[in-house]
Design a protein around this ligand. Structure first.
Ligand code: ATP
Ligand code: MG
Length: 524
């Protein structure tokens, strides 16, 4: 994230310089302060603090102008910025801070802008430099002071002040001051412009992300998959907790985000917590937050993710990995609808829609005692099991085509077809990594493609050579068979014990034993 705050350090004792840390670059601005009084320096410093804290460009420009008029004693002030190659007046003020619509001397501002040099005249009408300037005579301008706005070596605009009575005659001191001021203002203006650009970009990006996770980008016409989308459509705006089960890469997070983006909660955050990736204490402090000093390293108060997700959607990914102690806490928090930060006595209410995901079978985890039953029922008011890709092979061609469109757009290569042979290979493959693996395979194939069509030879080798794949699956089966039968024997053919030792459900064990023709009559 870009750091937009401009840090200003003023060295009063040594070589006077302003160091403005803007965005990624350090800009050193040297200001001729030899004749500047300490008081003026202090004013300049105060001003710099004020204008560097304003990031709204409109507010900033007005503030800059008011400060210039106030500190120079000018009667009128104008601030112009270069836009589409032309200087455009952004603020025009008189001494009462009122916006005015009068003309200024274009001769002066153009000169200052093109030369990048400041200009001072105490008697404009007598100054030979302006003898041809109509406006000087027309508006009866007496004294003028003008400085370029220079940021990172580029002139971005001009500040111009004048006086039309004889009351105020600008001096060298005023010029000196305005030069320093303009340098600071120019950086602030650049920062504010950058902020508004980033804000606009942010809106566009959010829209793009919203699109990515809209249901129109979730591909699938398989009957089972369509039924899932149907269920989701019915519960999208209710607050029921949803548990998404499915192998890795089947689209659990994609669905969770689409649910959020299409629900009434979409104005608020989608907050995700990847429970499997964190040690117990970190997970606890992430979920519930903490108070400053609650433990070593808690340097300041921190909101937990439940609070962050307030009024939005909270996605608990890899929920089966939550350690037992945190499961207890989580259950209490969900039952009470309030959360207490670590080290704090005060409770805070929250309102979140909870979506959890796991690539394990949570019911199996209940039986082995790894997951609490009461928490399971809290999380799975609606349980959705996403089928592995090998069980929805009819979706492979349209998913491949979907990824092809994305990849050819992103790579700029005009690959727009997949040969029949290649499609056949894709459909025959078993996809242990599911839709994610298919997306990666198409990414690879688009990179390899030499023409407009993806051919068999552009696909990753393991997909093209199913014999190898079958061999490895065969190996896997043999290995599974051996482990199951050996454990079964070691457990004296007791099914309950065998299932517990293997960490699978009795139902799964039963079907595996049947498959390996050893089940049925054995054990209890
Ligand atoms: N039906 C689908 N249509 C389009 N893209 C999909 C679909 N399902 C999954 N994907 C894409 O596949 C990739 C993996 O999906 P996602 O991250 O949601 O899987 P996951 O189930 O959360 O996996 P994991 O358990 O490994 O975290 C993502 O790039 C996602 O956009
Ligand atoms: Mg995921």
């Amino acid at each position: 994230m870009t750091n937009l705050s401009a840090v200003i350090r003023v060295s009063i004792r040594g070589a006077p310089c302003f160091c403005l840390d803007t965005t990624e670059k350090i800009t050193i601005i040297t200001i001729d302060m030899v004749n500047m009084e300490k008081e003026e320096l202090a004013t300049l410093y105060d001003i710099s603090q004020i204008i560097n804290s304003i990031l709204d460009i409109g507010v900033l420009l007005n503030k800059v102008m008011d400060l210039v008029i106030e500190t120079t004693g000018a009667e009128r002030g104008f601030l112009m910025l270069k836009e589409n190659g032309k200087l455009k007046t952004k603020v025009a003020r008189n001494i009462d801070k009122r916006t005015i619509e009068t003309e200024i001397s274009n001769t002066v501002v153009n000169k200052v802008f093109s030369s990048g040099e400041s200009l001072l005249t105490s008697d404009a009408k007598a100054d030979p430099r302006f003898s041809s300037s109509d406006s000087v005579f027309l508006y009866n301008i007496t004294s003028i002071l003008s400085c370029p706005l220079v940021s990172k070596g580029k002139t971005i605009g001009v500040i111009y002040v004048d006086s039309i009575t004889k009351k105020k005659v600008f001096t060298k001191k005023n010029l000196n001051f305005l030069q320093g001021f303009s340098n600071i203002a120019a950086i602030s203006i650049e920062n504010a412009n950058l902020t508004s650009k980033l804000k606009e970009e942010n809106v566009v990006l959010k829209r793009a992300i919203g699109d990515r996770y809209s249901f129109k980008n979730i591909v699938g016409k398989n009957k089972k998959f369509k039924e899932i989308l149907n269920v989701i459509e019915r519960i999208i705006d209710s607050n029921v907790s949803i548990l998404l089960e499915g192998e890795s890469g089947t689209g659990k997070e994609l669905l969770a985000r689409a649910i959020h983006n299409n629900s009434q909660r979409n104005k608020k955050e989608f907050v995700a917590c990847y429970c499997g990736a964190m040690p117990e204490t970190l997970l606890e402090s992430e979920l519930f937050g903490y108070k400053k000093g609650a433990f070593t390293g808690a340097y300041e108060d921190k909101k937990g993710l439940f609070e962050e997700a307030h009024l939005g959607t909270f996605f608990l990914d890899e929920v089966s990995e939550i350690p037992p102690r945190v499961q207890v806490k989580l259950l209490r928090v969900l039952q009470d609808g309030e959360v207490r930060r670590l080290g704090e006595t005060k409770s805070r209410n929250f309102d979140v829609r909870l979506i959890s995901a796991t690539n394990k079978n949570l019911e199996d985890e209940l039986k082995t005692g790894k997951f609490r039953e009461d928490l399971f029922y809290r999380l799975k008011v609606v349980k959705i099991t996403l089928p592995p890709l090998r069980e929805r092979k009819d979706d492979i061609p349209i998913l491949a085509d979907h990824f092809l469109k994305i990849q050819s757009k992103e790579s700029g290569k005009h690959v727009n077809k997949i040969s029949n042979e290649a499609i056949r290979a894709l459909v025959n493959y078993l996809w242990p990594g599911n839709v994610r693996e298919l997306g990666n395979a198409i990414h690879y194939a688009v990179a390899m493609a030499r023409g407009e069509e993806i051919t068999l030879e552009d696909l990753p080798a393991n997909i093209v050579n199913p014999a190898e794949e079958v061999k490895s699956i065969k190996k896997l089966r043999e290995w599974e068979k051996e482990i199951i039968l050996r454990t079964f024997k070691e457990c004296n053919y007791a099914k309950v014990k065998t299932a517990r030792v293997l960490g699978i459900s009795q139902r799964t064990l039963h079907s595996k034993l049947k498959k390996y023709k050893q089940g049925g009559d054995y054990g209890t």
